[in-house]
Design a protein around this ligand. Structure first.
Ligand code: KDG
Length: 322
């Protein structure tokens, strides 16, 4: 039995090794991405027992994901391999200040064939938390229906639902994203939003107002991820808490938000007070943005603890995973 399960699409990653447009970049580092896969790897590195639900292509890239999850201790017993399907992929173009632009090749990939019958209710029902995202809902109608069914099942079995809006206007029309994501937020226990997500969903609202608005829709916890600015945690149990970020040398922010979600959830599930959980998750997000690509730079718990102690005692200015 795994304490945390996630559902979504793993994507093979090609991260540009030079800044600039993809048309001029000639060297890429091959890694792994896909928001919910990044999330399970990060949760495993934080020490949680985790499992993943998806469909993979019966190709070399699919095999490399199975190897990754095995190595990281992520349970993939429920992952279906589509022998006639392929694993989706994306390229990261690096822009200024760690910002990036994604180019996807994922339409029709195995994960977009996921359907509600692919889930084992007993497997999902035995978890403590189920995590999914707006990206998982964006990739196809059947995957969206699977997310819906999983959220219903989790709620009926008393499994907490965690949700990252991860708005990606390249994947679906913004109006559809807004209505599907807002409807899902109202059925969720813990919500994660980046500053960009909040802007797409609640354009122009101040962070505290976004938090209150989300809490009024039903969730008990909402975490607004503000990058170098840290995070704002809103909860039904008290006033919003602003938690400062950590200063690091940012190379690429890909996956930092997914690693943040995992770190925050794992701490919260262990009973860590919200502010401390936010501080820890901020450090995990910051360290993840010091390296190239989504998965390679996600730190282990031991690495995060060393980093936090070093910064707190003034023995270092920032971390780097490169
Ligand atoms: O959060 C990082 C992800 O966005 C990245 O790994 C690729 O899953 C991805 C997506 O769909 O954008």
């Amino acid at each position: 039995m795994e304490e945390i399960l996630a559902l979504g699409e793993p994507l093979v990653e090609f991260a540009a090794e030079q800044r600039g447009r993809l048309s001029s970049v000639t060297a890429f580092r091959r890694g792994w991405g896909g928001d919910t896969s990044n999330f399970v790897v990060a949760a495993a590195r934080m020490g949680a027992s985790v499992g993943y639900i998806t469909r993979l292509g019966g190709d070399e890239f699919g095999r490399s994901f199975l190897n990754l999850w095995r190595k990281e201790g992520v349970d993939a017993s429920q992952v279906i391999v589509d022998h006639d399907g392929f694993t989706g992929l994306y390229f990261i173009a690096l822009e200024e200040a760690g910002e990036h632009d994604f180019t996807y090749y994922r339409s029709g990939a195995a994960a977009s064939r996921l359907q509600p019958q692919d889930m084992d209710p007993a497997y999902l029902g035995a978890a403590r938390v189920f995590h999914t995202s707006g990206i998982s809902q964006a990739i196809s109608d059947s995957t969206r229906a699977t997310v819906d069914a999983a959220v219903d099942l989790a709620k009926s079995r008393g499994v907490l639902v965690s949700y990252d809006a991860n708005v990606r206007p390249k994947l679906w029309p913004l109006a559809t994203a807004q209505s599907v994501i807002k409807a899902t937020i109202s059925r969720t226990d813990v919500v994660f939003l980046s500053t960009e997500d909040a802007e797409y969903l609640y354009g122009g609202m101040r962070a505290e107002d976004v938090a209150n608005h989300v809490l009024a829709a039903g969730p008990r916890l909402v975490v607004l991820k503000q990058g170098a600015g840290g995070c704002l945690i809103g909860s039904t149990e008290g006033a919003p808490i602003q938690v400062p970020g950590w200063q690091v040398q940012v190379l690429d922010t890909t996956g930092a938000g997914d690693a943040f979600d995992a770190a925050f959830l794992v701490e919260w599930m262990r009973g860590t007070p919200l502010e401390k959980a936010g501080r820890f998750a901020n450090a995990v997000g910051a360290l993840t943005s010091t390296g190239l690509g989504a998965v390679h730079p996600i730190p282990t718990r031991a690495r995060v603890e060393v980093f936090m102690t070093q910064v707190e005692t003034g023995t270092t200015k920032g971390g780097s995973t490169e």
